[in-house]
Design a protein around this ligand. Structure first.
Ligand code: V47
Length: 364
């Protein structure tokens, strides 16, 4: 309690928490107190509404040059299980998603040298033409930087062309952990944290909103977590372009981190709830929506997270490959009715939203 007394006072006075406060939270084992503080902040800022979206994840390829040590999803070209979808195949998936009631397509892949820029542009234009009201939340900052690198365009041009083709917003993937030393060990082939933030800033300045993520529970330190969240906060103070923050719970199975004995255990339920609560507390006044991603933490813990600072449950998802390649045991699809039930059962008001957080329906 003592170590958190300053944090309590600051939360009561609605003051920004600083790095030292973040560390005190990370190092405390008083989860019920941290959760209560985060729940208080959630209640007094965004209230009892809990958002979700009817969405469908589409992974267009898993062939990747990046070879991140935390990733079990990627394959090398020609390797067993490697795939690249044609735009026709993606259109078929979109048709199915649309029939299932999706209002958002979450489209991400990997860094595949065989795909030309025209593929990305054509994909968005075809989707946008056929489903003009569908939100296309597509391509992480890492994919955008890769497209700039491989085409010789600057990121701004890549983003402008994709926006013109129908891009609605950017998902938050690829943030991982910004600390350069840890990041180099986790994903030496990936853009730096600084570059990730730079791409997001460019997108925000073009009116393209995005999400932000952080991968936790591997080889990072508590200080790295606080540093990562603070850097998101700094950029948000400049652009206001982040719509949500999503802490991602590391799944170790089939990853190099696990194979090389660097990570033995996945984050625990304690870690998952604490990460939500710490995110809410540090981002208070900056990012309103803290998302609990049920695919990674499980439906039951995601529901409990609604009492630890989360106010968003992501969505129906429909198809998920990244977490499941790394040992994820959750379903790939949670119907809308079930999300509504989970949220109501937690004593909250379910609100279906669009990708850009417009309200579709309030389930009073
Ligand atoms: O970028 C990769 C992470 C991300 C593993 O923006 C892993 O609305 C855990 O970004 N264990 C993809 N995580 C998922 C993602 C996301 C999910 C839901 C919503 C949104 C959004 C974004 O998953 C990757 C990487 O950071 N990841 N491997 C793993 N083994």
């Amino acid at each position: 309690m003592d170590e958190l007394s300053q944090v309590i006072e600051k939360v009561k006075a609605s003051l920004d928490l600083d790095f030292k406060d973040g560390l005190a939270l990370m190092e405390s084992k008083n989860l019920s107190l941290i959760g209560a503080l985060a729940d208080y902040v959630r209640r007094t800022t965004v209230g009892d509404r809990v958002m979700f979206v009817s969405n469908c994840h589409i992974n267009y390829t898993n062939v990747c040059t990046s070879k991140c040590w935390f990733c079990a999803y990627f394959r090398e070209e020609g390797q067993d299980g490697a795939f690249t979808l044609s735009t026709d195949e993606i259109m078929q998936k979109a048709e199915w998603a649309s029939k299932m009631g999706a209002t958002e397509l979450h489209i991400v892949g990997s860094l595949n040298p065989a795909l030309q820029f025209e593929y990305y542009e054509e994909l968005l234009s075809r989707l946008h033409e056929k489903y003009p009201s569908m939100s296309l939340k597509a391509f992480t900052a890492v994919e955008i930087a890769y497209l700039a690198d491989t085409t010789g365009m600057v990121e701004k041009e890549v983003l402008m062309r994709l926006k013109k083709a129908g891009l609605t917003s950017l998902p938050g993937g690829g943030g991982e952990i910004f600390n350069e030393i840890i990041r180099k060990r986790l994903c030496p082939g990936k853009i730096s944290g600084e570059k990730w933030l730079e791409v997001m800033e460019t997108a925000h300045n073009l009116g393209i909103k995005s999400n932000a993520t952080m991968l936790y529970g591997h080889i990072e330190t508590p200080g790295d977590i606080v540093d990562h969240i603070m850097r998101i906060r700094e950029l948000q103070a400049k652009t206001g372009g982040f719509q949500s923050f999503i802490p991602l719970s590391f799944h170790p199975d089939n990853t190099e981190l696990q194979k090389n004995g660097l990570v033995k255990f996945a984050p625990t339920g304690f870690d998952d709830l604490k990460m939500i609560a710490v995110s809410r507390l540090l981002l208070n006044g900056y990012v309103n929506n803290i998302k609990t991603y049920w695919v990674m933490v499980g439906e039951k813990l995601a529901q409990v997270a609604l009492h630890y600072g989360a106010n968003d449950m992501d969505g129906t998802v429909m198809e998920e490959k990244i977490t499941h390649a790394a040992g994820g045991m959750t379903a790939e699809y949670t119907p809308k009715e079930r999300l509504v039930h989970l949220i109501k059962n937690a004593g909250k008001v379910p609100v279906e939203r669009t990708a850009n957080y417009e309200v579709v329906k309030v389930y009073e």
